[in-house]
Design a protein around this ligand. Structure first.
Ligand SMILES: [Zn+2]
Length: 204
């Protein structure tokens, strides 16, 4: 059976083009023009803090499509938690191999951006010491802020290292009560517990 636009929008992003049922009625959508389309419902999983569960947020039947050029459209929608009604605005940039308004275009999603509130997480059921930092790293990475993501991941690594050091009685502070340098602790901890994969430790 042929897929619909919303089947692709509900899946994880990939670089592969997939054929879907046409969604623009064989009519070109001029740059900047907006059209309401019906192509099923978008369904994506997030963690809803109000409901305290991982849950599928769902869109309306009607989506807003904005023309960019022959091969690109942007799609706006709002996803809603079916239990409490919490909303997430989501925006997609959809590319097709040839004319996007054709009867059966091959498409892929170039970018997906969601505006998350503090009540919604990307999807992690449990809270622990690290979940907040990992969530921040995830969000930064999604917004293509690789360097930003690394900052949070480095904090996670530092915390794991210091916690491990304390657990195995490695002194983390020097005589005047200050933290010893991270690298020094990391080398000692890794020697005892091997927390760094070899392929990383070998090249420093
Ligand atoms: Zn909810």
């Amino acid at each position: 059976m042929e897929m619909r636009l919303t089947d692709i929008l509900s899946k994880p992003l990939t670089s592969k083009f997939e054929q879907v049922e046409g969604f623009l009625n064989n009519t070109k959508l001029k740059c900047g023009r907006q059209k309401k389309i019906k192509a099923g419902k978008i369904a994506l999983n997030y963690f809803c803090r109000n409901c305290d569960i991982d849950i599928t947020f769902v869109s309306d039947e009607e989506l807003f499509c904005i023309g960019i050029n022959e091969r690109l459209v942007s799609i706006d929608c709002v996803l809603t938690c079916p239990r409490c009604g919490e909303v997430i605005p989501v925006w997609f940039l959809v590319e097709s191999k040839s004319d996007i308004y054709s009867q059966a275009p091959d498409i892929r999603v170039l970018k997906r951006t969601e505006r998350l509130t503090e009540n919604v997480l990307l999807g992690r059921g449990k809270y622990d010491d690290f979940s907040e930092l990992l969530e921040k790293a995830d969000r930064a990475y999604r917004d293509e802020l690789g360097a930003g993501a690394i900052v949070y991941l480095r904090k996670v690594l530092e915390r794991i290292t210091f916690q491990t050091a304390e657990a195995i009685d490695i002194e983390t502070k020097n005589k005047n009560g200050k933290h010893r340098p991270f690298k020094e602790i990391l080398v000692k901890v890794d020697k005892e517990c091997s927390i760094i994969p070899k392929e990383f430790s070998e090249n420093g």
